[in-house]
Ligand binder design. Structure first.
Ligand SMILES: O=C(O)CCC(=O)C(=O)O
Ligand SMILES: [Fe+2]
Length: 351
């Protein structure tokens, strides 16, 4: 579902893939610099300008509707994608900063799992280690050992200088924490998903999603909940994107009840989101996702292919200057990270 590298030949020819390729970053080779190929963004729906125009004269573009409910932000829907909701600027700057910090520090911590677990086991304090210039030294796992204690990694953090001076022991290999941070692609909160079985495994050790994130998700989900029920956040996936990273077209079909929304929050650099139809042959609708935007996918929209073909990290297009100004007065490591990254937190009710 998340492996954008594995795109089989058939899907190479679909309408979804065609649009994905249109927006994906390609470079034109010049002698010295890699220059991103210009892309025509005129067909990308921009809910920020839709909101500005709506506030100004009450007008909406064709195909877009506004829903009336007792929510303190404007919510837009697409006529031909029932169950899809877009809440531009739903999160305050403080909320954005808070969830960026948590996404980088506490969320990738055991028992939450990350894409690194399969190779390295849990890595504590990855973000801090990266900013302190540390390296991780791994002890080769003994293939005959039957150690099942996954909370006890077989490696230690060392100062970069120690690493350079060498351990003199060939059984060790090392990798810079900063490289692992750049390669962090996802972490999972709450009930853990077993990718190999493509299902939630309630027996895997897990920690509840933090209450404040649950409260936020419940509040955001309310407009899309059937019969005024309360959303129960049980699992979340945090996606981390650097320049050139994309999330291929997929469906999130592992949760039992599709009438409940997926609450999806964008943080950091601006991205293009593609919302397709129920098959890959349906041409997707492209829209911008900015830091603080929230998207809800419920009902029929849960059956629609979607993905993120592009993030923008250049100053003109990333649109994170206000977010940057929040981070300048504190730890600059968050600022460094978010300048070239996007984080998405999507929260699900599983049962
Ligand atoms: O990054 C996004 O905005 C979408 C994420 C997503 O679709 C997912 O994790 O299932
Ligand atoms: Fe998804």
């Amino acid at each position: 579902m998340y492996d954008s590298e594995v795109i089989n030949e058939e899907s190479e020819r679909t309408a979804f893939r065609k649009v994905e390729k249109k927006y994906k970053i390609y470079y034109d080779n010049s002698k010295k610099k890699k220059i991103p190929r210009p892309v025509d963004l005129s067909e990308v729906i921009d809910f920020k300008s839709i909101l500005e125009k709506y506030n100004y004269d009450g007008e909406l573009m064709e195909g877009v509707t506004a829903i009336q409910c007792d929510f303190d932000r404007s919510i837009f829907c697409l006529e031909n994608r029932p169950g899809f909701y877009f809440i531009p600027g739903a999160l305050s700057l403080e909320e954005q900063c808070q969830w960026i910090r948590e996404s980088l520090t506490s969320f990738p911590q055991f028992p939450n799992r990350t894409n690194h677990d399969a190779i390295y086991g849990p890595i504590p304090y990855l973000f801090v280690s990266a900013t302190e210039g540390k390296a991780l030294v791994f002890e080769e796992r003994d293939p005959h050992s039957v150690d099942s204690d996954t909370s006890n990694p077989k490696w230690k953090l060392v100062e970069e200088m120690d690493r350079l001076s060498g351990t003199g022991n060939d059984a060790y290999k090392s990798v810079k924490a900063s490289l692992l941070l750049r390669k962090l692609r996802w972490s999972t909160l709450g009930l853990q998903f077993d990718w190999s079985k493509r299902s939630y495994n309630v027996d895997l050790p897990h920690k509840k999603i933090p209450n404040s994130l649950c409260d936020l998700a419940r509040r955001m989900a309310a407009p899309a909940m059937p019969n005024g029920e309360e959303f129960q956040p049980e699992a979340a996936i945090v996606n981390y994107f650097g320049l050139g990273d994309m999330l291929g077209g997929h469906l999130d079909d592992m949760e039992k009840d599709w009438s409940k929304p997926i609450v999806s929050m964008s943080l950091g650099c601006k991205a293009i989101f593609l919302l397709g139809g129920k098959c890959r042959e349906d041409s997707p609708i492209a829209m911008f996702l900015r830091s603080g935007d929230v998207v809800l996918m419920a009902g029929e929209a849960r059956e629609c292919f979607h993905g993120v073909p592009r993030i923008f990290t250049d100053t003109e297009n990333a649109e994170i200057s206000t977010l940057e100004s929040q981070f300048v007065d504190e730890d600059l490591s968050f600022l460094d990270y978010i300048r070239t990254s996007r984080i998405n937190i999507n929260i699900r009710q599983v049962f």
